[in-house]
Ligand binder design. Structure first.
Ligand code: ATR
Length: 290
């Protein structure tokens, strides 16, 4: 492809349907760039806009979406759990994860879905080359992102055991018990024994996120080995300290762009019914973030 990716729809008409993203803050969001590029590429009569919604505004969102005829919304920090109360039903993934990142509006009916789990699964498959996951997985972090990733990983029945490592042990224990299906346990962040045994390690903590780019969630990288895939869902910077450590021992690495692009692609498909142009979305993300 030559030239820049178009970041806005060609025209907004009387017939144009509205998509958007809510969050607080929202100005940093890459989602408008990703989705508008995809809409423009396919020539679809939609526009995707950012909405800065404060926590106090969440309770009145349902009537607003219906009366304004908004077709769909993405939901980001800090509203992913708050919007669960304003939708009419939840997808199985959203219910189990306990968070909504996508609202689909159909004739007054609001469905809350969670495409983050789809996003990591698609990235592991397409970016990591993992059609089946290894039997032993280490997951770093126990926040909202970790919940979606643990849910996704456990969908693969070949995964026998997930070790959840977190700075705050109580959160790791709670996550492993709540979502672990008897296949997850908790341990301290950086535990080398579980890393040595793992075929897949996924960082879901925010350690390594800019501007703290010199730190790794696994310290000096002890336990990392060449027979594993290492994924970092932090996407700024793209080559985090953790991924550099993994590369140095010969492990395969996957950066955080894929999860972000694939969760967006899934939401796009739920709203528009069209196959998402994933490569265009990836280019738009790269152009808007780096
Ligand atoms: P998100 O929804 O993006 O997952 P979050 O719920 O705030 O965000 O979770 C952030 C994760 O990064 C948590 O697992 C957090 O560890 P704690 O549960 O101990 O807070 C982890 N994290 C953030 N800063 C960290 C740091 N400096 N060292 C280790 N872990 C850190």
């Amino acid at each position: 492809m030559t030239g820049a990716v178009a970041l806005a729809p060609a025209a907004i008409r009387g017939s144009t349907q509205i998509l958007g993203v809510i969050g607080d803050p929202i100005a940093h969001s890459a989602s408008p760039a990703i989705h508008n590029a995809a809409l423009a590429h396919l020539g679809l009569d939609y526009v995707y806009v950012p909405y800065h919604v404060k926590p106090a505004g969440v309770s009145s969102l349902g009537p607003a979406i219906r009366s304004l005829g908004i077709r769909g919304l993405n939901v980001t920090v800090p509203h992913k759990t708050g919007v669960m109360a304003i939708v009419d039903d939840l997808s199985e993934a959203a219910r189990q994860i306990g968070a909504v990142n996508t609202i689909i509006h159909q004739d007054g009916h609001l469905t809350g879905d969670n495409t983050d789990a789809y996003g990591i699964a698609a990235s592991l498959r397409e970016d990591g080359g993992l059609s089946h996951l290894p039997s032993h997985v280490v997951l770093l972090g126990a926040g909202g992102a970790a919940r979606a990733v643990l849910h996704a990983v456990l969908q693969d029945e070949g995964v026998e055991h997930v070790t959840v490592q977190n700075r705050t042990m109580d959160r790791a224990t709670a996550l492993a018990q709540e979502l672990g299906q008897g296949r997850a346990t908790a341990c301290a962040l950086g535990d080398t024994t579980s890393i040595e045994q793992a075929g897949l390690l996924i960082n879901c903590s925010s350690v390594g996120l800019a501007p703290e780019v010199d730190v790794s969630p696994v310290g000096d990288g002890a336990g990392l080995h060449q027979d594993m895939v290492v994924v970092d869902i932090v996407y700024k910077p793209l080559r985090t300290r953790l991924l550099q450590q993994a590369e140095a021992v010969g492990a395969r690495t996957v950066d955080g762009l894929g999860m972000l692009v694939h969760q967006a692609a899934r939401a796009f498909e739920l709203w528009t019914g069209q196959r998402a142009p994933v490569d265009i979305m990836r280019q738009a993300l790269l152009a808007s973030v780096y």
